[in-house]
Design a protein around this ligand. Structure first.
Ligand code: ATP
Ligand code: MG
Length: 350
């Protein structure tokens, strides 16, 4: 008797064996426009374009993990159905997209009409789709070349440009496209999607843990799913502790404790306390600096010393991204608060 293959929770269309090992970000990539969480106004507009058969060239931009690529892929599936792979040319940053590719590959693809109108009938449309993902990495020359190509091949092809930084797209290209901004996902959208996925995966998570994932991710659904999947592999129940252990971010209680020490202890005590907690929990100084900054910004401090502190913190963050010596930078970090304390003490009482 044949053994029954267990059904895999999540989206359809994935081989069950592959789905078991699949990262959640791919397993739960939206298959249709309806599966895309949030951005309902954008999705409704795209639907309306399709209904009226007037799909323009598109430029989708916004921070990572907000659903830009997923939306365009779901759109292509809706337009072309099962033939979508042969009707779309997808190029991303890992492909060479210099002037030669724009001139040759895109021109070749956009320049050929569908075979004898056969695919046209099957797909309800006479155009092909060219998806230029991570378009902000395209060279300026390639972008300039694309201006003419977009104009010349509008009858045959629709271009979908996707990027994080819209300023890196030349204005002439921007004006040829209808722009949509994908903003970071809201708390409700993230919580709803995470709960749905945890339910399908049959994994338990505390509400505080989901709040922590949301906070760390900053509205990036890809980051949320990656954190949740690794954390669920490490422990039976996903908790706040397992989330912070998994990401290596400082736990909120540690951040409170560090901030308290920075504001109250002597230089020496504070330096050693932070050094110890870093060693014990494997925390990077840059993550501590960012977390303390978030705490500090909530306080109501006199403006001059406060601005000086914020400026120093921003310089420190910059230095830390340049792989400087962490011990020396930790000294500078603790020193900033010593200076702040002195400045506050020397201020005349009001
Ligand atoms: N709005 C969303 N609805 C549902 N899932 C989402 C959404 N946004 C992101 N995801 C999840 O995150 C994964 C990555 O999303 P996607 O590739 O669409 O992001 P992106 O906006 O293109 O990011 P990047 O700018 O880094 O390319 C998807 O496979 C999906 O699992
Ligand atoms: Mg993308």
């Amino acid at each position: 008797m044949e053994e029954e293959v267990p059904s895999i929770p999540g989206n359809a269309g994935i081989d069950p064996v592959v789905a078991l090992e699949c990262p959640w970000i791919e397993k739960y990539r939206p298959e249709t426009l309806n599966d895309v969480v949030a951005h309902k106004d954008i999705l409704t507009t795209l639907d309306r374009f399709l209904e009226q058969d007037r799909l323009p060239h598109l430029l989708l931009y916004g921070p990572p993990g907000t659903g830009k690529t997923s939306t365009v892929l779901a759109l292509a599936k809706k337009v072309f159905g099962p033939k979508y792979k042969s009707m779309t040319l997808e190029l991303n940053a890992s492909d060479d997209r210099g002037i030669d590719v724009v001139k040759k590959e895109i021109k070749d693809f956009a320049g050929t009409r569908t075979i004898f109108g056969l695919i046209v009938l099957l797909c309800r449309t006479g155009f092909k789709m060219i998806i230029l993902d991570e378009a902000d990495n395209m060279t300026q020359t390639a972008q300039f070349a694309l201006r003419r190509i977009i104009e010349n091949y509008t009858a045959n092809a629709r271009f979908c440009l996707i990027c994080n930084y819209v300023n890196k797209i030349i204005p002439a290209l921007q004006s040829r496209c209808t722009r949509f901004r994908f903003s970071p996902l809201t708390s409700a959208d993230i919580q709803g999607n995470l709960e749905r996925i945890l339910d399908k995966e049959n994994i338990k998570a505390t509400p505080d843990a989901l709040k922590a994932v949301e906070k760390i991710s900053g509205g990036d659904m890809r980051k949320c799913l990656n954190i949740l999947q690794s954390s669920s592999m490490a422990s039976k129940e996903v908790t706040v502790e397992s989330i912070y252990e998994c990401t290596g971010d400082p736990n909120p209680s540690d951040v409170m404790w560090i901030t308290h020490s920075l504001c109250n202890d002597s230089f020496e005590d504070c330096y050693h306390k932070i050094f110890e907690i870093q060693r014990e929990k494997g925390l990077a100084l840059i993550d501590i600096v960012r977390a303390v900054h978030e705490q500090i910004i909530k306080h109501d401090l006199p403006s001059v010393p406060f601005c000086r502190l914020l400026e120093s913190l921003s310089d420190l963050e910059y230095r830390l991204t340049a792989a400087t010596n962490e011990k020396i930078q930790l000294g500078s970090f603790v020193g900033m608060f010593g200076q702040l304390k002195e400045e506050l003490a020397s201020q005349p009482c009001k």
